[in-house]
Design a binder for this molecule. Structure first.
Ligand SMILES: *[C@@H]1O[C@H](CO)[C@@H](O)[C@H](O)[C@H]1NC(C)=O
Ligand SMILES: *[C@@H]1O[C@H](CO)[C@@H](O)[C@H](O)[C@H]1NC(C)=O
Length: 350
């Protein structure tokens, strides 16, 4: 679920009933605000690898076989599974160059070779959620003899690395653990770094059970990791590898979900001096209007910003003599500039 489905707090909820008309007015003003999601295979299958949302924003995506880690020809990374209507995108391997090590001996497993998908935004930043799925193990009797999968994600905002929150469900067979990513591998996916990075990765972790999780029927989330970027990013990386080589099965595949973007719109600063209503000290239920310290934003398809929708409580005048009440309203919060490049995704002229 997208984190933008913000819950209204208890106090605000109590007051909400008295402010229904005001709230409806605020929501109508934000009618252009859209909530979008996209399965990544759909970006990869778009002309030139560029996908356009109904609101005009563009994302592009590319696949990279990093450090010689190749994909499975019969089920290559980046395709839709089980069909093109699905939200799921395949990640697969078929190479010894995709092995990170398990870290069981106390060493840090390393994403030197891995399958990668890199997604870039055209002139805006976005908050996003996605689910890494089917991170499982070869069902063999001896857990040290089968492949074991791992997936991760990392992002950037204006060239600086952004780490997501990554969580698993209670009772999961997958754990979040540290992985090293060498500088050279980061270079290959367009994540310039002056040093190797330590990042979190989700890896199959049980040494007592070897489970091949049923894809799309993992209701307990035993083989899933939930990834969230609450801080907007402009470049997103998805990583797939295995932590341990199989004695007899050279390939495996996992999947990841659609990417859900926070709700928002192209926006601009509201013209004119903005005002705000503040309670009068020592006079309960009455307010006064004062100049606002920070500008307010509204949806505007000519605007130079991208806004994300947020819930806020504020004081609203309800009658004469300064009578006021606390109301809940939807506001637009600028999260980045909106400066799309018309040449985005175009190949350089020969
Ligand atoms: C894909 O994901 C979206 C958003 O989470 C959901 O509304 C839709 O029903 C999903 N489609 C399929 C085919 O599962
Ligand atoms: C999903 O798993 C449950 C429990 O293992 C099983 O009973 C059910 O038949 C499965 N559903 C599908 C569609 O495979």
């Amino acid at each position: 679920m997208a984190k933008t489905q913000t819950k209204t707090g208890g106090a605000a909820k109590a007051l909400l009933a008295t402010a229904v008309t005001l709230l409806a007015a605020a929501t109508a003003a934000d009618a252009r605000s859209a909530c979008e999601y996209v399965p990544i295979h759909r970006i990869l299958a778009s002309a030139g690898g560029v996908y356009k949302f109904a609101d005009g924003r563009q994302l592009k995506a590319r696949k990279v076989s990093v450090g010689g880690c190749s994909t499975m020809p019969a089920l290559p990374s980046g395709i839709a599974y089980p069909d093109t209507n699905s939200n799921y995108t395949v990640m697969s391997h078929e190479s010894d160059a995709c092995i990170t090590g398990t870290g069981r001996d106390g060493s840090t497993p390393t994403y030197a070779g891995f399958q990668a998908i890199v997604i870039e935004a055209n002139g805006f930043k976005f908050s996003a959620d996605l689910v890494l799925e089917d991170i499982d193990a070869q069902p063999v009797a001896d857990p040290t003899q089968g492949w074991r999968e791992t997936m991760s994600s990392l992002a950037m905002a204006d060239g600086a690395v952004v780490r997501p929150s990554m969580t698993t469900k209670p009772g999961s067979l997958v754990a979040v653990q540290p992985f090293r990513v060498p500088r050279a591998s980061l270079q290959e996916v367009g994540f310039p770094s002056s040093d190797d990075l330590l990042i979190s990765g989700a890896a199959y972790s049980s040494w007592t059970e070897t489970k091949n999780c049923p894809f799309m029927n993992d209701t307990m989330g035993q083989c899933k990791a939930f990834v969230s970027y609450p801080t907007p990013v402009d470049r997103l990386l998805i990583i797939y590898a295995i932590t341990q080589k199989s004695a007899n099965d050279p390939n495996a595949a996992a999947f990841f979900s659609e990417v859900t973007l926070a709700c928002g719109c192209q926006c601009a600063e509201k013209p004119g001096a903005s005002e705000m209503t503040v309670p009068v000290h020592g006079s309960a239920g009455t307010c006064k209007t004062v100049p606002s310290k920070s500008p307010a934003y509204r949806c505007d398809f000519m605007g130079n910003f991208w806004c994300e929708t947020a819930e806020k409580t504020r004081w609203e005048m309800t009658g004469r003599s300064g009578a006021c009440a606390l109301v809940s309203s939807t506001i637009q919060k600028p999260v980045s500039s909106y400066t799309p490049d018309s040449k985005f995704g175009k190949l350089p002229e020969p």
